[in-house]
Design a protein around this ligand. Structure first.
Ligand SMILES: CC(C)(COP(=O)(O)OP(=O)(O)OC[C@H]1O[C@@H](n2cnc3c(N)ncnc32)[C@H](O)[C@@H]1OP(=O)(O)O)[C@@H](O)C(=O)NCCC(=O)NCCS
Length: 98
C-alpha cells in the first residue's frame, strides 16, 4: 500500500480525520495531499472537521484550510513519550503543588 488515511464521522456534527501516512518511497509526489483532500471532501457538511496532525506537518494542512484548534486535549497511554515527541504539553502544576 502506498498511502492511507481515515475519517471517523457521525454524519452531522463532527468528522475526525487521522492516520494519514504515505510510504516513504511514495512521499513528495502529492499523494498525502490527495488523501487529505479526499477525506476532507467526504467530510463536507459536518459542523466541524478535526484533524490529528503530527508535529511538523501543519503547513500541509493549513494549505487545505485547517486552522490551529485551541481546545484540543488528549490522553496518551504513554504520556512521557507523547510529551517527548511534542504531541502534548506537560500538565501545569496544581495550586496545591506550589
Ligand atoms: C506527511 C505526509 C502524509 C505527506 O505526504 P506526501 O505524499 O509526502 O505529501 P505531498 O507530496 O502530498 O505534499 C503535499 C504538500 O505538503 C507539503 N508537505 C509534505 N510533507 C510535509 C511536511 N512533513 N511538512 C510540511 N509540509 C509538507 C509538500 O511540500 C506539498 O506542498 P505543495 O502542495 O505546496 O507542493 C507523509 O510525509 C508521511 O506519511 N509522513 C509520515 C507520517 C506522518 O507524519 N503523517 C502525518 C499524520 S497527520
Amino acid at each position: 500500500m502506498a498511502g492511507a488515511g481515515r475519517a471517523v464521522a457521525d454524519g452531522v456534527d463532527c468528522s475526525y480525520i487521522c492516520d494519514i501516512a504515505v510510504h516513504p518511497r511514495f512521499q513528495g509526489r502529492g499523494l498525502g495531499k490527495e488523501i487529505a483532500m479526499r477525506l476532507l471532501n467526504l467530510s463536507r457538511g459536518h459542523r466541524k472537521i478535526i484533524l490529528y496532525a503530527n508535529p511538523g506537518t501543519e503547513k500541509l494542512y493549513e494549505k487545505l484550510g485547517f486552522r490551529h484548534m485551541l481546545t484540543a486535549m488528549a490522553i496518551f497511554s504513554n504520556e512521557d513519550a507523547a510529551i517527548r515527541k511534542g504531541l502534548i504539553a506537560p500538565s501545569a502544576p496544581d495550586d496545591d503543588d506550589l
